[in-house]
Design a protein around this ligand. Structure first.
Ligand code: GDP
Ligand code: MG
Length: 598
């Protein structure tokens, strides 16, 4: 393959601006797939993803395009995950490209993730081609969006390509722009092999598969490959190009993109960001930018039925085969029994895993509220990472507690500023910057404790702005805070899974709201239930649920048996998601109540 005729590019966009639709259209136009193989959205290949309309795992396609200059180009479209939880994966995908299509919705304009993605693309020295999508919409205003791209992003938009991924307008212009404006990869074919892994997954036949961009040298079938971060060696058993269906080939030379496999047992051996080299003629150094995944959010996962523990364990292991960024550790809770403490990259990652465990593995689970990782310094000079509020050491032994902070950027129409600033203040935010990006849109920059963001922030932002505000965040540092643990007691028993850590000032209020919320959620029993919140031995809030007087079936007028049975069945159904704690049954909802208090 002539390196001069290769173009490696990705598409970056805010969610829903049309990245997937454009990718489909490009693949379709270049005839890489037959119509029959072309499902609605080829690039989003997981079910959950399709339902949420976001791309979770990167998928890639190589296309051949005959340009107006008469040459046939090999275009490698590198799909990137579209959410901040996966920003490390995004950065590795970008490192595999020379250029990026920056898709902006012609009606919506620049949004928070547009900005975040542009920063990443600029950091990776990519040639950026602005594409203004959805010009078919009556509300499209390409001129305004062009100005916005120039003002807000500092990118020359004079040769932005207007298009409609839906109707096909402008698609050929985009292909021509890719060929003309994105540089060919460097010609490093005679150097020792360096291939960047920018995605990897587990395939039941091939084992762990690495999606690579060859940066230097050539990788061939049957040679040995070495992972530079671990020094481990494997035989290359298969080399494929993706069209996007895998198509076997003998080798991938410098500048090319494809997958390699070699009976590798787990994706923990094929880490995103790692460099593959040839052990017989190794590269002097790995490519830059390799990082191990950092779990930012932790939560407990417990089977409702204790006999399902082994199933849960097996299912988590299966998920880990495919996801090197998921960590698990056995956990035993007094309230919930045996389960796992699971580490996630962020809240979306957590949602996805929880959903898959229930949907694909059919498990009935209790999830505890997510928490950030605290750094706790003890008076004896040791420092500990605390991923579980109930494990916070005795306060009298603690010297300091540090919590992670995020820098958050919010884009919003101006009418919602007041409401948004109010939530940010309540959440202990520190204002950094606020500026008008157009005559009626504002960019707000804040720093706030990550813990506060987990508490329902995104939902609140969406509801207060009726969905018009968008946000993006990144973890910046750890800072000391006056933090305390609030325990929850149900009929005098401490429920470890309901413990939370918060700022001392907010503790009484949080304790009260949690008790109130639990009062709404817990079903009444034949006896009174006392709910209390406490810091150490001090009770800071209390509520009680009065005893149930009547049997539910008493409502039926004696005779109607079938109705009675239905009612009892309904009751049983409601019981499924409950956990018996002492003599009180606590439903799943209660464990997440911590997140919904205000
Ligand atoms: P992504 O989140 O960036 O991958 O966005 P999608 O490709 O999933 O598109 C989001 C929505 O916008 C879908 O409902 C698409 O059908 C729609 N869409 C994408 N491109 C266009 C376009 O050019 N015109 C119109 N009218 N709708 C589009
Ligand atoms: Mg998409």
């Amino acid at each position: 393959q002539d390196v001069k005729l290769i173009r490696n590019f990705c598409i970056i966009a805010h969610i829903d601006h049309g990245k997937s639709t454009l990718a489909d259209r490009l693949i379709e136009m270049t005839g890489s797939l037959t119509d029959r193989e072309m499902s609605a959205q080829v690039l989003d290949n997981m079910d959950i993803e399709r339902e949420r309309g976001i791309t979770i795992k990167a998928q890639t396609a190589s296309m051949q395009y005959k340009a107006k200059d008469g040459n046939i180009y090999l275009l490698n479209l590198i799909d990137t995950p579209g959410h901040v939880d996966f920003s490390y994966e995004v950065s590795r995908s970008l490192a595999a490209c020379e250029g990026a299509l920056l898709v902006v919705d012609a009606a919506q304009g620049v949004e928070a993730q547009t900005v975040a993605n542009v920063y990443l693309a600029v950091e990776n020295d990519l040639e950026i081609i602005p594409v203004i999508n959805k010009v078919d919409l009556p509300s499209a205003d390409p001129e305004r969006v062009m100005l916005q791209i120039e003002d807000e992003l500092g990118i020359d938009a004079s040769d932005a390509v207007p298009c409609s991924a839906k109707t096909g307008i402008g698609i050929e212009d985009i292909l021509e722009a890719i060929v003309a404006r994105i540089p060919a990869p460097a010609d490093d074919n005679d150097k020792p092999l360096q291939a960047l892994i920018f995605d990897s997954w587990f395939d039941s036949y091939l084992g762990a598969v690495s999606l690579i961009r060859v940066m230097a040298g050539t990788i061939r079938k049957n040679q040995r490959m070495q992972m530079m971060s671990t020094g481990k060696n494997f035989e290359v058993l298969q080399v494929c190009q993706l069209t996007p269906k895998p198509l076997e080939t003998k080798q991938l030379s410098s500048g090319m993109v494809g997958i390699v496999s070699g009976s590798i047992k787990s994706v923990s051996e094929t880490r995103v960001g790692d460099t593959i080299t040839d052990p017989k003629n190794p590269a002097k150094a790995p490519l830059g930018g390799f990082q191990k995944a950092k779990q930012m959010v932790f939560g407990g996962i417990f089977p409702i039925d204790a006999s399902e523990y082994q199933n849960l364990k097996d299912s988590l292991e299966k998920l880990q085969l495919n996801d090197a960024s998921l960590t698990t550790e056995p956990e035993s809770s007094q309230a919930l029994g045996l389960g796992f403490r699971v580490g996630f990259l962020g809240l979306l990652h957590m949602d996805i895993i929880q959903e898959r465990l229930e949907r694909e593995y059919g498990l009935e689970l209790i999830f505890t509220a997510p928490t950030v990782v605290y750094r706790v310094g003890l008076k004896d000079g040791t420092e500990h990472k605390i991923e579980n509020p109930s494990k916070l050491p005795d306060p009298t032994t603690i010297e300091y507690i540090e919590e992670p902070y995020v820098a958050i950027t919010i884009h919003t129409p101006e009418e919602f500023i007041g409401g948004i600033l109010k939530i940010l203040q309540e959440k202990r935010g520190i204002q950094k910057d606020m500026e008008y990006t157009t005559s009626n849109r504002v960019k707000i920059s804040y720093e706030l404790p990550m813990n506060e963001m987990i508490f329902d922030f995104h939902d609140k932002l969406k509801s207060i702005s009726r969905g018009y505000a968008s946000m993006d965040y990144e973890v910046i540092d750890y800072r000391q805070g006056d933090l305390v643990k609030v325990d929850t007691l149900v009929n005098g028993d401490k429920v470890d899974a309901l413990a939370l850590i918060c700022h001392r000032v907010q503790a009484p209020f949080r304790g009260r709201s949690l008790c109130k919320k639990l009062k709404e959620i817990l079903p009444r029993q034949m006896f009174q239930i006392a709910l209390q919140a406490a810091i150490g031995g001090k009770i800071i809030a209390r509520e009680s649920i009065s005893a149930m007087r009547k049997d539910v079936t008493a409502k039926c007028y004696g005779g109607d048996i079938s109705r009675k049975r239905k009612l009892l069945e309904k009751q049983k159904e409601g019981k499924k998601r409950m956990k018996q704690i002492g003599n009180v049954e606590i439903p799943q909802k209660a464990f997440l109540a911590i997140l919904k208090i205000d």
